[in-house]
Ligand binder design. Structure first.
Ligand code: ZN
Length: 329
């Protein structure tokens, strides 16, 4: 989505038919405060927009669907972050919250880091001072900086003044200026996550008749299960996943991790569906991981190049360039 003031743009892939992707709607609307009312001064401070907005989005989800659901999303976000760390390299400067983009096109290093690491940092501060004190801080922060653009150091200065306890308990320098995640990064517990991990244990023990165990799962539990599986599976396992969830969904959030598994496993049965997906979906969030997986598997590398050549003119220039970089590696 794109949070144009009073005219949010949303990608059609959010209309999954099951109302499962409202988080993005909440996200774009939350940008009215964090992003549009208080804005990052430079792209090096992008986390101020996105970390805060993911935090706001999840506070809205917590009110709508409860803490269990919200923590499930946070864990999924953490998986995205782990993937970004892997792509950049654990010690890469692009895993810092405050980046140095001298001579670098911000689009080139766009990732989940400002979103999910920013979110974790804000939760760390919230947990250090308690929610009540933190909510007071949010209000004063927005009021103080409304209609202005601020840098990370302005934020840190304000935080240190308003919440001196947080500045003592949370290693601000470690969070903001160093790569990777501190060991003390917030963890999230939820029965919905336990449920997914328990079924994973049964899956690892060889059980495949899991229909009853997952019948009540929501979209995000299915996504978490799929994204935590290895990307190379035997054909029979791909078929089991296909039968369990994929054959009857149009939800791109579920299709993407499954297609990544199918690509990594050379599961040819769904190659026509992958072609269909890459010919109709232009969202970088989906294009990049799927092309990356196709490219990493020597058996599908040629297919990745073929599909890209055929459909690249349908993609937005930013997404096209990102995929081109992946295929050149
Ligand atoms: Zn955003």
């Amino acid at each position: 989505g794109m949070e144009n003031p009073t005219l949010t743009f949303l990608t059609p892939t959010l209309m999954a038919g099951d109302r499962s992707l409202v988080a993005v709607v909440a996200h774009e609307l939350a940008h009215s405060w964090t992003g549009n009312l208080v804005t990052n001064a430079t792209w090096e401070d992008f986390w101020l927009n996105e970390g805060w907005t993911v935090y706001a989005e999840r506070r809205i989800l917590e009110r709508l669907y409860g803490i269990e659901f919200t923590h499930l999303q946070a864990v999924s976000g953490r998986n995205d972050l782990r993937a970004a760390f892997k792509n950049f390299g654990e010690d890469s400067p692009y895993t810092k919250l405050k980046t140095d983009l001298t001579g670098i096109d911000p689009d080139e290093v766009f990732s989940s880091v400002p979103y999910e690491k920013g979110f974790l940092f804000i939760v760390a501060v919230e947990r250090a001072v308690g929610r009540e004190a933190f909510d007071g801080f949010i209000r004063s922060y927005i009021r103080n900086f409304k209609f202005s653009s601020i840098t990370t150091s302005q934020f840190v200065e304000y935080l240190t003044k308003q919440l001196p306890d947080a500045a003592k308990k949370v290693d601000l320098n470690r969070w903001i200026h160093e790569p990777g995640l501190p060991d003390s990064a917030p963890e999230f517990a939820s029965g919905m996550i336990d449920d997914v991990r328990n079924v994973r244990v049964r899956w690892d023990q060889g059980e495949r008749d899991l229909r009853a165990a997952v019948a009540h799962w929501n979209t995000h539990q299915i996504v978490l299960f799929l994204e935590e599986l290895p990307t190379r599976l035997p054909e029979a396992d791909c078929a089991a996943l296909d039968n369990l969830w994929v054959a009857q969904t149009k939800n791109c959030e579920i299709l993407l991790p499954f297609y990544c598994i199918a690509a990594g496993s050379s599961y040819r049965k769904v190659f026509p569906a992958i072609r269909d997906f890459l010919s109709t979906i232009g969202r970088g969030k989906y294009l990049k991981p799927l092309y990356r997986t196709l490219h990493e598997n020597p058996e599908t590398r040629a297919l990745a190049c073929e599909l890209f050549e055929e459909y690249k003119d349908r993609y937005h220039s930013v997404g096209r360039l990102a995929v081109q970089r992946i295929l050149e590696k």
